[in-house]
Design a protein. Sequence first.
Length: 162
Amino acid sequence: MNNLDFFYPTTLYKEYKLLISLSKNPKVTQRELSEEVDLSLASVNIYLERFIKDGLVEKIQDGSKNYKYVVTDLGNKKKEILSIDYLKSALKAFNEAKVNCNFFFNKIREKGFKNILLYGAGEVCEMLLLTLNDSKEKNINVLAVIDDDINKIGKNLSLLVS
């Protein structure tokens, strides 16, 4: 399972990822784009043809067999719009996660627990700590975060609640 398995990769998301990749490296090959954005080679080709037709990308010969794909001003504007939409969607997902974390903490409060241990020092733990840190109710103390990853032993979490 990768980081985005819960997010269905929409056409807009694929366009966004492709435009970002092309902006970073105009000399990227279609095969490299395919691997980077997790699309078939044929899909990358279709997107690039459409980007060129719509004036978002310019295909420029770079040597005898190579091309570079330069994102145009129109393409950069499209990328900015997609970036804003992506951030709005990410913020919505973040806020929904905070609601779920608050639900979790309310259940803990209802059971009368005030001191807790968290198991797993990953993204969920970070989200729980962030939510607890932002909470107006400070009546739950995280005594420790336990993890079986030896690479995390002795490390500090950036959002450890005081």
